[in-house]
Design a protein around this ligand. Structure first.
Ligand code: CO8
Length: 376
């Protein structure tokens, strides 16, 4: 046991709700126009025609029906196919980033649930998969806006950004480096997507989540969860990648190269990662003397419904229900590090004191982060 609790969580949902139908319509319009432009080469057999996307495939293969975007117009405009950043952060790179605006909205909700104000926080960790700006640190800008004290820093661990950030915050509070920590995962992912890639154009949505971490003895929250245990794992893999970074600045000709944006070997990820997740969770429960029956709920990473069904079926030995392992990816799509926290935030209010749940992120790098939680 850590003596530390999660005393508040918050979710920021972006304003534009984009259905599979809308996304497929714009992709297919773009692909049809591309095929028309390349008719001669396609007919000569020198290049392949773009295949059409379909709503039925997306829903069956992923379980995703909808996603939220900060800018819904750009990615669904067949003549553009990427978001318009400058409309959302008009003052250029030093204007408050969209990611910080998203983070702030989630943080305000988490602080309210924890019964705290910005000035009560003395550690801010902005832990996300991708970055709108590297310097100055976006976490320090959020710290300033919130009026938080102490120190702040950015960190990244792809799909496990929130859980790894939470674990870092637990260490800081336990060691006395900080008193009350705010972890925010602001996944502004749409700018890193390739909306002209049929295999992945439907996978992601934008969202931000925030978590307050503090000592159990000090919390003013009426709905806190005690952190009993946490277990982290990583293993290098290039099967999920987005190659942009400083190299993009230098190799200008590669800026629009597909490997700068999100790419994955979806089937390989499915096969390689899931056994690791199941072993990871089983090992954690065995080491701490828990059985799966001890848990009221499993708040899992939200990438693909078939993955979640498979994982919970293996863990529980039965078909999972929405109550046992809630799915939010149908509405939010894959929100990288934010997914399992959205599930936690939306499916935790019915917990009674003494009931246990397991929170687990898994995905890119590869990474896994799992927490055993008890409602106090
Ligand atoms: N419409 C119609 N048909 C399609 C489409 C489409 N949009 N896309 C592909 N197809 C076709 C394929 O071409 C293929 O055709 P054929 O059989 O003729 O070759 C057929 O459908 C089947 O394709 P797949 O085998 O690829 O389909 P799957 O059933 O494997 O489903 C998924 C694809 C949905 C991608 C699935 O493999 C999946 O979700 N796997 C799990 C992957 C996963 O969890 N990844 C983790 C995501 S990463 C993460 O969570 C956070 C990353 C944070 C980093 C962000 C950086 C920007």
């Amino acid at each position: 046991m850590t003596g530390i609790v999660i005393s508040g969580t918050g979710v920021y949902t972006p304003p534009h709700s984009i259905s599979n139908e809308t996304l497929v319509e714009s992709y297919n319009a773009w692909a049809t126009a591309w095929n028309d432009d390349h008719k001669a080469e396609i007919e000569a057999g020198t290049i392949d025609a773009m295949q059409m996307s379909s709503v039925e495939f997306i829903e069956k293969a992923s379980g995703i029906k909808n996603r939220f975007m900060m800018d819904g117009k750009g990615p669904t405009d067949p003549t553009r196919m990427y978001p318009n950043l400058s409309e959302l952060a008009p003052e250029g790179p030093m204007g408050t980033p969209v990611q910080v605006q998203m983070a702030l909205a989630a943080a305000e909700k988490a602080l309210a649930e924890a019964n705290l104000k910005g000035e009560d926080i003395d550690l801010v960790i902005l832990s996300s998969s991708i970055w709108e700006r590297f310097v100055p640190s976006m976490a320090t800008e959020l710290q300033k806006i919130l009026g938080a004290k102490g120190f702040a820093f950015d960190m990244a661990m792809a799909c496990s950004s929130a859980t790894f950030g939470m674990s870092t915050a637990v260490d800081a509070v336990q060691s006395g480096m900080a008193n009350k920590a705010l972890v925010v995962t602001a996944e502004y992912i749409t700018p890193a997507m390739n909306y002209t890639d049929r295999d992945s154009h439907f996978i992601f949505g934008d969202a931000a989540v925030a978590i307050v971490i503090e000592r159990e003895a000090e919390t003013k929250s009426t709905s806190a969860f005690r952190i009993h245990d946490r277990k982290l794992f990583t293993e290098y893999s290039t099967n999920i990648a987005a190659g942009f970074g400083t190299r993009t600045l230098i190799e200008r000709d590669k800026i629009s190269h597909p490997d700068q944006r999100f790419i994955q070997q979806g089937r390989v990820v499915f096969k390689e990662l899931l056994p690791k997740v199941i072993d990871h969770v089983n090992a954690q429960l065995a080491a701490k003397g828990y059985k799966v029956e001890d848990f009221k709920r499993f708040w899992l990473h939200q990438a693909n419904i078939n993955m979640n069904m498979f994982a919970t079926r293996k863990l529980l030995g039965e078909d999972p229900t929405q109550d046992k392992a809630p799915i939010v990816l149908d509405e939010y799509a894959n929100t990288a590090g934010a997914g399992c926290i959205i599930a936690f935030d939306k499916y935790k209010d019915d917990f009674k004191p003494g009931e246990f749940g397991l929170l687990c992120s898994f995905g890119a790098s590869y990474s896994i982060g799992s927490f055993i939680l008890e409602r106090i």
